[in-house]
Design a protein around this ligand. Sequence first.
Ligand code: T5A
Ligand code: NA
Length: 210
Amino acid sequence: MAARRGALIALEGVDRAGKSTQCRRLVEALREAGHRADLLRFPDRTTEIGQLISSYLGREKNLEDHTIHLLFSANRWEHVPMMKEKLHQGITVVVDRYAFSGVAFTSAKENFCLEWCKQPDVGLPKPDLILFLQLSPEAAAERGNFGHERYETSSFQEKVLQSFCCLMEDKTLNWKTVDASKSIEDLHREIKSIAEETMQETLRTPLRGC
Ligand code: T5A
Ligand code: NA
């Protein structure tokens, strides 16, 4: 029998929904339960491409809109060999944002359609599970003010949320929406249980491209 591969689990959601908090908690909990699990975040600001992205987000650098979209995608592609290796070794990979953030944010800009935005990420490892952390703009606002990074305005975030809603209509992907207004602990328990269910199922499904 082939060895069990790891599951690819993506967390997506509006800003301040608690993605980074939950990704960290999930990986810790999976490891405590004896699973092999690693965390990745996109953008990964540590690579050369990631540093360009970070200076764009911090408004130190201006980049043309198509160019930055392709850089976000390239930042995912540069991790694909490592991701595939981990998944084939049986390591579950939890990603803090993935291609769906890429599409949702760029398509919220003027003159970008979803179809164009999706193309650069076609063929990336397909997540076994995408957890969408849903939080109302009002509840998000209570979690502190926006910082100074690009995209951190309520009107833009509203458009991003609409794009995410369109992406969630794709029934070929395993989207699960969770209520991110719950306490960190309650949300963690729910996410861990959904993740473990998915990890059981990956035994029977080969890794595909999305
Ligand atoms: N982007 C990203 C693109 O345009 N294209 C792409 O392809 C990609 C991948 C940076 C920007 O890049 C854009 C999207 C972004 O605009 P980032 O570095 O992931 O992306 O952004 P961050 O600012 O790190 O993340 P968020 O603002 O989205 O926050 P999180 O991770 O959702 O939330 P988290 O966990 O940091 O928590 C936020 C605050 O809320 C509290 C936390 O303690 C923290 O203070 N909190 C809770 N409070 C109450 N109840 C709960 N359940 C809570 N959970 C967390
Ligand atoms: Na985050």
